[in-house]
Design a protein around this ligand. Structure first.
Ligand code: B12
Length: 139
């Protein structure tokens, strides 16, 4: 990992989904691993998430979704990233994401999706691998 700039990750919850335990644990673990984390708080929209991501100059948006809205949310977030010329920000989704939705999410442009009960260490390894391969990351 470059010592110049820490990787920056925006963690987001959208709509009426208040399942915050996973994202809270993840945020602390990412921080402990030396990454910069920004949390949006609850009840966000794709518009507020993308605006915050651009303003905070993040590398990743981590959308945590537990109530089944992940495909609609991901589609809109990716649309907004494109509209704002911010395709370099990678969208990653986790929470309660069924495996059957992975192909749809990937086709929309989601960088990676994670199944329920994914360990923070798995997510940290993923981010480190993305940083080590900047071409894959699109930056
Ligand atoms: C605890 C819980 C609640 C608590 C939430 C407390 C809180 N403030 O967080 C309460 C009781 C409030 C609740 C309410 C509801 N819940 Co609830 N809840 C759960 C439960 C049992 C556990 C979630 C949890 O905290 N897990 C522990 C954390 C640590 O794990 P995690 O969230 O999976 O996160 C880890 C990973 O997934 C990953 N991760 C998480 N997010 C992300 C994001 C990214 C980008 C990445 C990379 C990784 C990642 O990292 C985390 C750390 O390892 C789940 C069932 C389950 N087993 O998941 C149902 C569940 C999510 N709930 C469900 C439902 C339906 C509801 C209610 C609608 C019930 C109702 N009728 O009122 C409400 C909705 C409330 C709302 N507005 O959001 C359903 C959702 C169904 C679906 N998606 O199809 C589930 C799946 C239960 C079920 N089997 O039906 N719930």
């Amino acid at each position: 990992m470059s010592s110049e700039r820490k990787v920056r990750i925006l963690l987001a919850k959208a709509g009426l989904d208040t399942h915050v335990r996973g994202i809270s644990i993840l945020m602390v673990r990412l921080r402990d691993a030396g990454m910069e984390t920004i949390y949006t708080g609850l009840f966000q929209t794709p518009e507020t998430i993308v605006a915050a991501a651009i303003q905070e100059d993040v590398d990743f948006i981590f959308l945590s979704s537990h109530l089944g809205g992940h495909i609609t949310l991901a589609q809109r977030i990716i649309e907004l990233l494109k509209e704002n010329g911010a395709e370099n920000i990678a969208l990653v989704v986790g929470g309660v994401i069924p495996r059957k939705d992975f192909p749809t999410l990937k086709a929309l442009g989601v960088r990676e999706a994670f199944l329920p009960h994914t360990l923070p260490s798995t997510v940290i390894d993923f981010v480190k691998a993305q940083i080590a391969a900047p071409a894959a990351k699109g930056k």
